[in-house]
Design a protein around this ligand. Structure first.
Ligand code: ZN
Length: 186
C-alpha cells in the first residue's frame, strides 16, 4: 500500500527520500495517488540511488517491462530506467528539450495499470537531456520506440499516466475497467 511505502522512507543525503537498501518496496498500481505526483529532482548517483536502480531493474524484469520510473516503486525521484536493446539505461532528471510536430500513434501499456493497452499519440522525435550513471550530462535525439519509452517514463515523473492522455469520452468508456483495477489494487 502506498501509505506504508511512504511512511517507511528515510532521508539520505541530498537526494529525495529513498528507502533503506534492503527494504522491499512494491510496484505501485493505479489509482495510488503517488503515481499522480510530480517527483523531485535528484542530485546524483549515490549508493542509495544505485541500490534503488538495482531494485527497479528487478521489478522491470519480473513484470517484463521496457521502462520504469522511480515513482512507480513509491520513490519521489526524477529517475527513470529505459530498456535499450540488451542494456537498461538509468537516467536522472530527464527532460524533453524539443519535440517534433510530427506525431505517431502506438499502443502503450503501463506496469502500474496492468492489462490496459491503449493507443497514445506522441511526438515522433524528441531531443532529451539527462544525467547518466557515469555522472555525465547527456543530450540525445531519439525516435521510434525509444522516443516513446522515454516520453512514457518522463510522464511518470511528472505524475502523468497513459490514461491522462485520453479525452473525456475515451476515459469515460474505460471507467468500469479502471474502477475494477482500482478495487484489485487495494
Ligand atoms: Zn508506465
Amino acid at each position: 500500500m502506498a501509505s506504508t511505502t511512504v511512511s517507511k522512507t528515510v532521508s539520505l543525503g541530498s537526494n529525495p527520500s529513498i528507502p533503506a537498501p534492503m527494504q522491499h518496496y512494491p510496484l505501485l498500481l493505479y489509482p495510488n495517488p503517488i503515481l499522480h505526483k510530480k517527483a523531485l529532482a535528484g542530485e546524483g548517483f549515490t549508493q542509495e540511488v544505485h541500490n534503488l536502480i538495482s531494485h527497479m531493474q528487478d521489478v522491470m524484469k519480473t513484470h517484463n517491462g521496457v521502462g520504469l520510473a522511480a515513482p512507480q516503486v513509491g520513490i519521489s525521484l526524477r529517475l527513470i530506467l529505459v530498456q535499450n536493446g540488451e542494456t537498461v539505461e538509468a537516467c536522472m532528471n530527464p527532460q524533453v528539450l524539443s519535440s517534433s510536430k510530427e506525431r505517431e500513434v502506438d499502443t502503450e501499456g503501463c506496469l502500474s495499470i496492468p492489462g490496459l493497452w491503449i493507443p497514445i499519440s506522441r511526438p515522433a522525435r524528441i531531443s532529451v537531456s539527462y544525467l547518466a550513471k557515469d555522472g555525465k550530462e547527456v543530450t540525445r535525439d531519439l525516435k521510434g520506440f525509444l522516443a516513446r519509452v522515454f516520453q512514457h517514463e518522463i510522464d511518470h515523473i511528472n505524475g502523468k499516466l497513459i490514461i491522462d492522455h485520453l479525452g473525456f469520452w475515451e476515459r469515460f468508456k474505460l471507467r468500469k475497467r479502471l474502477k475494477n483495477l482500482g478495487e484489485k489494487s487495494l
